[in-house]
Design a protein around this ligand. Structure first.
Ligand SMILES: Cc1cc2nc3c(=O)[nH]c(=O)nc-3n(C[C@H](O)[C@H](O)[C@H](O)COP(=O)(O)OP(=O)(O)OC[C@H]3O[C@@H](n4cnc5c(N)ncnc54)[C@H](O)[C@@H]3O)c2cc1C
Length: 380
């Protein structure tokens, strides 16, 4: 009988894990892939929709297209996980497997930034980013603050990209001279593991008159005064506040007793949790790499190879290496690429670009994932 793997979450990690398991095992594995949503959206597509480059419909990839022989997709909310019994409860019933993979991503704790829901806009959820499309189109100029309360947060370059794309939008609409753009980050530089890329970003911020506030977070938004109060005591006035909400593991992981210090513990090389047969990949796992799709994807592939070796009765040797590339939008359809290697001494990401050729590279990155996971063509 084929082995049964239950995959919790069909994001970057869960989709790549599913594809790699099928590549490795073909008909020797049955996969149940569970997600509460009906389809996948790339993180970077949120910015594309928000800045009016595309529509919400065009960036939505229905899971129905990802179903192949050997994969059963269940749209359901996972409500409890019994890791010792390799069993999960969902709104569509219970599922048990020979292996479980937890790939549930990170959730947002919006109320942790006082005032964010009332007078600010978060741009990290699909709903938040998509709603901002109209809000930005209506914006007539003024003080824009892009702020983070605390790390870790997904895709460390995304707030810097947002500042650059806001600047580009305001210039294109001829309202930059009556606006200010400020970026607040609780880090010493925009992308801590990538000094070259950070220096390039800081030089671009200076060139485009984007105010950079480092080493401090946004504590709260004062609705009456319309100022963002920072941890260092500064108050920044805003007409438009774009916020990165505080991240946390999905509640089901906490309630099922699977988190330590907020995230699911794993062996960083094997991605296995302390519960035998249970793996965790991507943003919900404490791997030691940034929360980003490229890292989740490579972790998913590694976990799949280890599970496949076990199912074949071989010694498992695939080890996660902490490598990844990040794309950075500089505006003007120019993209930079940073390559970072964690677990190999001090990470020091090197920057290529930015250039239009690399923007094409990023489009091909997205298109290739949709071909692999969903079996169809897509132009990002
Ligand atoms: C604005 C923005 C830009 C980004 N740009 C990039 C980029 O350019 N490059 C990059 O690599 N990364 C980027 N990212 C980050 C990237 O989107 C995430 O890091 C990545 O999706 C993480 O993959 P994952 O598999 O861990 O989780 P996810 O992709 O978030 O998938 C988790 C899945 O679990 C499901 N789920 C959660 N809880 C439950 C439950 N209880 N029951 C059922 N299903 C559940 C969710 O619906 C989701 O589909 C960006 C993120 C944002 C917000």
């Amino acid at each position: 009988m084929p082995s049964h793997v239950v995959v919790l979450g069909a994001g970057f990690g869960g989709l790549e894990l599913t594809s790699t398991l099928l590549d490795e095992l073909g008909g020797d594995v049955e996969i149940t892939l569970i997600d509460k949503t009906a389809g996948f959206v790339f993180g970077f597509s949120k910015l594309d929709v928000m800045f009016g480059r595309t529509t919400a419909e065009a960036v939505f990839h229905p899971y129905a297209d990802a179903v192949r022989s050997g994969v059963r997709f269940v749209q359901a909310e996972i409500t409890a996980i019994d890791a010792a019994a390799l069993r999960v409860a969902t709104t569509e019933g219970e599922f048990a497997g020979d292996h479980l993979v937890i790939a549930l991503g990170a959730d947002y704790d919006i109320p942790r930034t006082h005032g964010l829901a009332e007078v600010g806009h978060e741009f990290y959820s699909e709903a938040g980013a998509f709603a901002l499309r109209d809000e930005l189109a209506r914006f007539e100029g003024g003080d824009v603050v892009i702020g983070i309360t605390a790390g870790p947060f997904k895709c460390p370059p995304a707030p810097s990209e947002t500042a650059l794309l806001v600047d580009e939008m305001l210039r294109a609409r001829g309202i930059r001279d009556r606006s200010s753009v400020s970026l607040v980050m609780p880090f010493p530089r925009p992308i801590p593991p990538a000094p070259d890329a950070s220096s390039a970003l800081l030089a671009t911020f200076e060139e485009r008159d984007i105010a950079w506030h480092s080493d401090t977070g946004v504590r709260s938004l004062d609705a009456a005064a319309r100022v963002a109060r920072l941890g260092d005591g500064t108050a920044l006035p805003f007409d438009l506040y774009l916020g990165v909400p505080v991240h946390r593991a999905p509640a089901v992981l906490v309630e099922s007793g699977l988190t330590v210090e907020g995230w699911v513990p794993v062996d960083a090389a094997t991605l296995e949790t302390p519960w035998p047969g249970v793996f965790a990949v991507g943003d919900c796992a404490a791997v030691g790499t940034p929360r980003a799709g490229v890292f989740a994807e490579r972790q998913g592939a590694t976990a799949a190879r280890r599970i496949a070796s076990r199912i074949r009765g071989e010694g498992a040797d695939a080890a996660y290496d902490g490598r990844g590339i990040c794309y950075i939008e500089f505006g003007g359809d120019e993209v930079g690429i940073v390559e970072v290697a964690f677990f190999e001494g001090r990470p020091n990401g090197t920057l290529q670009g930015p250039s239009r050729e690399l923007a094409e590279h990023k489009r091909e990155f997205g298109a290739s994932r949709i071909r692999r996971w969903f079996g169809r063509d897509w132009t990002p």
